[in-house]
Design a binder for this molecule. Structure first.
Ligand code: ATP
Length: 491
């Protein structure tokens, strides 16, 4: 990773801790790898993000919500294929005992190293001056299957931890599901899993939801909830963690209609990121070349993180694989009866699957900005500003009496109380006004409302915009309406 990008990431991680967005889990005990805690501002941001998703996905006629339990019958995970296939091939370094996922070792190789590997595999390839894209293309041609990756890793890749060459063991399959036991006896009949995805809670409830709501295909079921994966390597802050939250929606369609719904949901989901303030050049599509045997099509929405492009959401056309398998494994019919055509069929499924924590990190990165800003004395200073969309911002406004006397605090407190019925706002009297603005910029508060001596005479306040830093005067009794128009929510 280039130094500048490393610095940007380090400064974001440090801001997240300092201002109470994200803390390391169990920090006083040295932390627990792959687990993070949300602080006071982080939990507001996370709740706002989940709320924005929930509203976009369920404030419509054809999508219902559920909240299924984390622990499910173990047969669910046999039917879904997770017991047999939710594995990553991994290798251990015999020298330093570190463990790595093979695909991650491949993904992390530099262009220079890839070039060396291609030349080692084929002496005639990549002769003379070559462009980076050529190296990637030639590498991907030769190293794409699991067997090819394993062979390259065990013969040509050195351990990223200790630097030794030729010290990797043969690959072993490692199942990513966390196991635990129900009840007091820890034997195989009591094994259950912490769910590795929320989707299965939707599939097993397909007919419950359809019967109880009388929805007709096409319709969807949405859910937000925790998922757990015993990832071999956790990395990049919230990007790959062992405990995280997913926001998933399964949309059930008549077989034959899946392609048009797939396109519909791809468009909807990309637009959601843009509506929440991401720019188009921070996002891209990645089409899966290798599909699971049951999948018809799959695309990822990728975000440009400081460390490179990374998946934030998957949109998958999953045929009737999941419902069909649950029928087989449970022995219970999960067919939909179309009372107009009198047909019975297992619907096809379009899935949209986004990580709440991973996309929160994407929004943190997209919003994080360090720029020069004018000071009161005509100079310039660096300001850090989180340019969150107002709907995501943890606090919607800061209420600032210019001085702590002359009746200004009383007016400010009364405004704060009134706004708190609708929004999370912050009352702050300490420090020079410029410093107070900067503190709010750093946590992404979109508006600062200042009560000053003019307020005392004409009942107006100053509203300062976080991004433009422009100030305008509006009537004190118009502040609530102003916020409603800018931030949304209910009055
Ligand atoms: P990856 O290849 O990055 O491990 P995946 O393809 O296994 O991801 P899916 O199973 O499609 O991911 O999960 C859907 C979404 O859940 C991902 O787009 C991501 O946002 C989120 N997600 C998956 N695994 C993790 C994780 N370990 N930590 C945080 N978020 C995750």
């Amino acid at each position: 990773m280039a130094n500048k990008q490393q610095d940007a990431m380090a400064s974001l991680v440090s801001l997240c801790k300092r201002r109470g967005f994200i803390f390391q889990s169990s920090e006083i005990y040295g932390g627990l790898n792959g687990c993070w805690d949300y602080g006071p501002l982080g939990v507001e941001l996370l709740n706002n993000l989940k709320q924005a998703w929930w509203r976009a996905m369920t404030l419509r006629e054809d999508v219902e919500g559920v909240d299924a339990s984390i622990l499910m019958h173990p047969k669910v995970w046999e039917a879904s294929g997770h017991v047999a296939n939710f594995t990553d091939p991994m290798v251990d370094c015999k020298q330093c005992k570190s463990r790595f996922r093979i695909d991650v070792l491949i993904e992390d190789l530099s262009i220079k190293k890839k070039k060396k590997i291609v030349r080692a595999l084929d002496e005639t390839a990549l002769q003379g001056q070559v462009r980076d894209e050529q190296v990637i293309e030639e590498f991907d041609k030769r190293v794409s299957t699991e067997e090819q990756m394993e062979s390259v890793v065990t013969t040509l890749v050195s351990c990223p931890q200790c630097g030794n060459n030729g010290t990797f063991t043969d690959a072993k399959q490692f199942n990513l599901m966390f196991k635990t036991f129900v009840g007091p006896v820890e034997d195989s009949s009591a094994v259950v899993y912490l769910r590795p995805e929320t989707a299965q809670g939707i599939f097993v409830n397909f007919l419950n939801v359809q019967n109880s709501t009388r929805q007709k295909v096409p319709f969807g079921i949405a859910q937000i909830g925790k998922a757990f994966r015993n990832e071999i390597n956790t990395k990049n802050f919230l990007f790959r963690t062992r405990e995280f939250e997913q926001m998933e929606m399964q949309y059930f369609v008549r077989p034959g209609k899946e392609d048009e719904w797939f396109e519909y949901w791809r468009e909807q989901r990309m637009q959601w990121f843009i509506d929440l303030g991401m720019s188009k050049d921070q996002l891209q599509w990645h089409k899966h070349d290798k599909l699971a045997h049951y999948a018809k099509d799959a695309y990822d929405i990728e975000f440009k993180f400081p460390f490179g492009w990374g998946e934030v959401e998957g949109i998958h056309s999953r045929t009737d694989f999941d419902l069909g398998n649950h029928e087989k494994f449970s022995g219970k019919g999960l067919k939909y009866f179309d009372d107009q055509t009198k047909e019975k069929y297992v619907p096809y499924v379009i899935e949209t699957s986004i990580g709440a924590s991973r996309s929160l990190m994407a929004f943190l990165c997209a919003s994080h900005c360090e720029e020069m800003a004018p000071t009161a004395d005509g100079g310039e200073e660096k300001r850090t500003v989180m340019k969150f969309h107002p709907a995501l911002a943890p606090q919607k406004a800061a209420i600032l009496p210019l001085v702590n006397r002359d009746g200004m605090p009383e007016i400010a407190q009364s405004l704060t109380k009134d706004l708190q019925k609708h929004y999370r706002v912050f009352y702050d009297t300490t420090g020079a006004i410029g410093r107070r603005y900067r503190r709010q910029d750093e946590i992404g508060t979109p508006f600062c409302i200042t009560i000053d001596s003019e307020t005392l005479s004409d009942q107006t306040v100053t509203v300062r915009d976080r991004d433009t830093m422009n100030q305008e005067r509006i009537a004190l009794d118009a502040v609530k309406q102003f916020l409603f128009e800018k931030v949304g929510g209910s009055l």
